[in-house]
Each structure stands twice: as structure tokens, then as C-alpha cells.
Design a protein around this ligand. Structure first.
Ligand SMILES: NC(=O)c1ccc[n+]([C@@H]2O[C@H](COP(=O)([O-])OP(=O)(O)OC[C@H]3O[C@@H](n4cnc5c(N)ncnc54)[C@H](OP(=O)(O)O)[C@@H]3O)[C@@H](O)[C@H]2O)c1
Length: 279
């Protein structure tokens, strides 16, 4: 049995489906704040809160492996207690969803939570794999209201291209790492094809069959919007990466293609698959 945390989110939904298709039984963990997964053959949904590690025990009992995905960067979580709880329950393999910035931005405090989780994972006696993705294609969902209302994307740094990755590809990599011990001890930096915000607005327009206008906003305007759904320090650090990426953040490295045997899915394909959110 495999426990998937964040099971109702962008990655977790795909991952639960992948593991079921591979013949695994899955325990899907979330707090129950988001829409539940349809429970069916092989899938059990359990409510638990990573902020209360002991609440994970009923889900983890009898599990072989754990996919660990936290909200934000896991700030405030007791990383060591989560790993201790998993070990005590008999889990022997963990796959952690971290961020490329855990490696590239040692100076930015927004990623301290991921570094603490990575340290707890690598310091545990479990077999581990760490996934460090760049930005997700699904971040474009933040544009859905203005695309629906005005066929317009408002975003900063319109021409700064960065690799982004389809959450479904991350789920494919996570499934591989959960099922195949050859991925143990690996830290994978996961990036799909590179596009700028302006390119992504154009791709949304092509998918919709109607032009989508791109309007570049300032860093301050973007920050004002972002603090509505994330802490100010995280907004600041995210904007620093979006505006001035490092060479590693800008590169489309080989790990995703190596693990999956194919390149990452393009943003345009994600846009076609998720058109309903933008209509
Ligand atoms: N977006 C990016 O560009 C990017 C880049 C690199 C890394 N990441 C990382 O990717 C992760 C987000 O992945 P995602 O987009 O697949 O997730 P998501 O769609 O935001 O969903 C979050 C999931 O976690 C669950 N959850 C939230 N808080 C929880 C808690 N305290 N205990 C148990 N479950 C909890 C949610 O369900 P409930 O609310 O019902 O509990 C939901 O299932 C974050 O760690 C983020 O930092 C994102």
C-alpha cells in the first residue's frame, strides 16, 4: 500500500490514478478542505493533517511507501516528527516533493521548510528520492479569472522564459520513484519546456481559439496580488526567481527525460487539457 499526501491536489490526483493503474492500493491523505477524490477499488481516503504528525499514523500503518507533499514549503511543520511517524508505522520508502529553489536559493528563507524536509528525509533510515521541480504549468490557473472575464493575462516579467512542468509529469516521476528502488538516493531536478509568461498567454489563446492579450504588470503590482494567497516573504522570493532566474533555474536539465524516457509535456498541451478552467 502506498500513502499519497496532497492527494487531492494538482500532482496527487494524477499520482493516485497512476498507482491504481499500476495495481497498487492507495491511501489518499488530505485534511478534507479540498474536493475529495472519488473513492473506488483500491483507493481509501483518510483525513489527516501534516501539522499534526500523529494524525498520520492510521493512514501510514501497513504502508510500504509514502509520497510526501506539503502545503507551501512546509514552513512550521515538524519534518523530523513526520519522518519518525512514517518509520514507526513501517514505511520503508519516501518520495519528497521539494523545489528546485531548495538547491538554487540557499539565501532565500521561503525555501527553509523544504531544506528542513530534505534534511529529515536524507537523515532518516528510509529509502528516499527527492523531486525538485521548477514552476508548474498549473500556476496559470491564477490567470483563469481574468482570462474568463477579459481574455487577458496580467503578469510580471513577460519576456523572462523559464522551464515549467506539468503536474501530471511530476506524478509520473513520483510513481516511478515510489515503485522502483533504482531511484533511491536520487535528487531529481524536474523541468519541462521553457516558455515566457507572454508565450503562455499566447498558448492559452490558441487553445481557446480566441486571442488572449498579455499585459505586463510591475513587480509591486504582482506582489500586491500574490500576498492575497501567500505570505509576503514567499511572494518576494518567488518574484526574485521569476525576474532574475539563476542559470540552473533557467536550464531544462535532463532528469525528467531520463526518468520518463520522453520530454516533459508542453504548456500548450496542458492548456488544451485544462481549457474548462479558462472558458
Ligand atoms: N506551483 C509551483 O510552481 C511549485 C514549484 C515547486 C514546488 N511546488 C510545491 O508543490 C507543492 C504543491 O503541489 P500541488 O500543486 O500538487 O498541490 P495543491 O494542488 O496545492 O494541493 C495541496 C494538497 O495538499 C493538501 N494539504 C494541504 N495542507 C495539508 C496539511 N496540512 N495536511 C495534509 N494535507 C494538506 C491539500 O488538501 P486539503 O487542503 O484538503 O488538506 C491538497 O490535497 C507545494 O509543496 C509547493 O511548494 C510548487
Amino acid at each position: 500500500m502506498i500513502v499519497v499526501t496532497g492527494a487531492t491536489g494538482n500532482i496527487g490526483r494524477h499520482l493516485a490514478r497512476n498507482l491504481l493503474a499500476a495495481g497498487e492500493t492507495v491511501t489518499a491523505v488530505s485534511r478534507g478542505a479540498s474536493a475529495p477524490l472519488p473513492v473506488g477499488a483500491g483507493l481509501t481516503a483518510v483525513r489527516a493533517d501534516l501539522a499534526e504528525p500523529e494524525s498520520l499514523t492510521p493512514a501510514l500503518r501497513g504502508a510500504d511507501a509514502l509520497f510526501l507533499l506539503v502545503h507551501g514549503s512546509g514552513d512550521g511543520l515538524d519534518a523530523a516528527a513526520i519522518l519518525d511517524t512514517a518509520q514507526a508505522a513501517g514505511v520503508h520508502r519516501v518520495v519528497l516533493l521539494s523545489s528546485v529553489a531548495a538547491g538554487t536559493r540557499p539565501d532565500l528563507s521561503a525555501y527553509d521548510g523544504f531544506r528542513a524536509l530534505e534534511d529529515a528525509v536524507t537523515g532518516s533510515s528510509l529509502e528516499w528520492t527527492i523531486l525538485r521541480p521548477g514552476g508548474f504549468h498549473s500556476n496559470a490557473l491564477a490567470w483563469a479569472p481574468s482570462v474568463q472575464a477579459q481574455r487577458t493575462v496580467f503578469a510580471p516579467y513577460g519576456d523572462v522564459a523559464l522551464p515549467s512542468v506539468d503536474p501530471a509529469d511530476l506524478a509520473d516521476v513520483a510513481a516511478a520513484a515510489l515503485l522502483d528502488p533504482r531511484h533511491a538516493g536520487q535528487i531529481y531536478v524536474l523541468a519541462g519546456p521553457s516558455t515566457s509568461p507572454r508565450d503562455r498567454a499566447t498558448a492559452l489563446g490558441v487553445a481557446l481559439g480566441e486571442p488572449v492579450t498579455f499585459v505586463e504588470i510591475s513587480r509591486e503590482q504582482a506582489r500586491e496580488q500574490m500576498v492575497g494567497w501567500m505570505p509576503a516573504s514567499v511572494a518576494d522570493d518567488t518574484l526574485t526567481i521569476l525576474g532574475s532566474p539563476t542559470a540552473e533555474e533557467s536550464a531544462v536539465g535532463p532528469d525528467l527525460t531520463t526518468v520518463l524516457g520522453r520530454p516533459g509535456r508542453a504548456f500548450a498541451a496542458w492548456a488544451r487539457d485544462n481549457l474548462g478552467a479558462f472558458r
